[in-house]
Design a protein around this ligand. Structure first.
Ligand code: FE2
Ligand code: FE2
Length: 283
């Protein structure tokens, strides 16, 4: 893992003084955006832990109420999909044209700009840890729906991929979201500090997440979403050579690519793919 590059990150936010003036919410958001935005060869540098100034590092985690009070000052809803706004606050770039019959690999290359690096690194770690291929595929896909919708992303993600993957792969994508709130040290998963910053230190998971956790922890496939959380990296290596290449064969074996192209196949989630192809459609 590369050493932390706090300086570049802080500079990208306008310097230490500017970071010191940022709200908890804005800081966590900037951190999250930088993590998601990091792409191979991208201009933005990797970071490996929260970029806090000395003063800010001693600041307590925000509470749920403090985070909620900041909502009226935000330029967008926190659940907004990454492709739908410019994280740097500037104008929107034109999106590259998609092929007429787009494949999953085309979406990784042309639409999953903000999520692919995180997903490549998570899937690479899963491969290294000997996770089975249908679950490596889940790791590869687990956060990509955040291009479209961040809130409840496990559920959105499962729905997007259900027509094309095995039931167990979709199960892993769906429930990784709930399992992220529940440590399982035996499996190698501890509650992430990052969640204390973005959800609030006193956050209690909502009812459907609690209920799903209770169901999943006794389920015969518990290991699948748990493996997604165990390999879910919030630490990035700027120089990691990650790409879709190691996963193309796994996609070929475990992803049912429709011959008409994703979005043209009339599946229950075809409209979600079409929105990713053209999020500029006004209605
Ligand atoms: Fe996730
Ligand atoms: Fe993730």
């Amino acid at each position: 893992m590369q050493p932390l590059d706090r300086r570049n990150f802080i500079a990208s936010l306008g310097g230490a003084a500017a970071v010191g003036l940022m709200t908890h919410e804005a800081r966590a958001d900037a951190l999250e955006d930088a993590m998601l935005a990091q792409t191979q060869g991208g201009a933005r540098k990797a970071i490996t832990e929260p970029p806090l100034t000395a003063a800010a590092a001693q600041a307590p985690y925000p509470t749920v109420a403090e985070l909620a009070a900041q909502v009226p000052d935000l330029p967008r809803r926190r659940g907004t999909g990454a492709i739908l706004f410019n994280a740097q606050g500037g104008k929107l770039p034109l999106l590259p044209k998609m092929p007429a019959k787009p494949t999953l690999v085309d979406f990784f290359n042309l639409r999953f700009d903000r999520t692919r690096n995180h997903c490549y690194q998570s899937a690479s770690l899963a491969l290294k840890n000997g996770v089975d291929e249908p679950v490596v595929l889940a790791c590869l896909l687990h956060d990509t729906v955040q291009e479209l919708m961040r809130s409840d992303h496990g559920y959105w993600g499962a729905q997007l991929y259900e027509p094309y993957v095995s039931e167990r792969t979709a199960f892993a994508i769906k429930y990784h979201q709930a399992l992220r709130f529940y440590p399982d040290e035996k499996a190698g998963y501890v509650y992430p500090d990052f969640y204390r910053r973005i959800f609030g230190v006193d956050y209690v998971p909502v009812a459907h997440v609690q209920a799903d956790y209770e169901m999943v922890r006794k389920h015969k496939w518990y290991d699948a979403p748990r493996a997604v959380t165990v390999n879910d990296l919030y630490a990035f290596d700027a120089n990691a050579k990650v790409s879709i290449d190691p996963f193309v064969d796994i996609i070929g074996r475990h992803f049912r690519q429709p011959k008409e192209g994703l979005g043209n196949d009339g599946s229950p989630s075809a409209h979600m793919w079409r929105t990713l192809i053209n999020p500029d459609a006004p209605l």
